[in-house]
Design a protein around this ligand. Sequence first.
Ligand code: HEC
Length: 68
Amino acid sequence: MHCATCHGVSGISVMPGAPNFAQNEGLMNPDGTLLISIQSGKAAMPAYRGVLSDQDILNVIAYLRTLN
Ligand code: HEC
């Protein structure tokens, strides 16, 4: 719901500059680092602190790691 407009429904990015999770892009860092990126926002990506709980974001990261 929050992420597919840029990262695509299956992780195949639809926005220039957004990592393609289907090709394992953007997932090199550990979960804690990615959590901070998603909470704080990064470049064109908005911040999700207060929108999604820490647990929700960690669940999404675990899901992203299954898309490659
Ligand atoms: C408006 C477009 C947009 C939306 C919406 C968006 N992202 Fe991103 N995302 C980006 C872009 C662009 C980058 C690359 C940022 C950069 O330049 O490093 C990125 C980077 C990332 C990264 C890699 C972060 C890193 O530290 O390298 C992850 C993981 C990620 N997004 C997950 C998500 C998740 C999960 C959501 C939904 C909760 C989301 N994104 C929503 C555009 C978006």
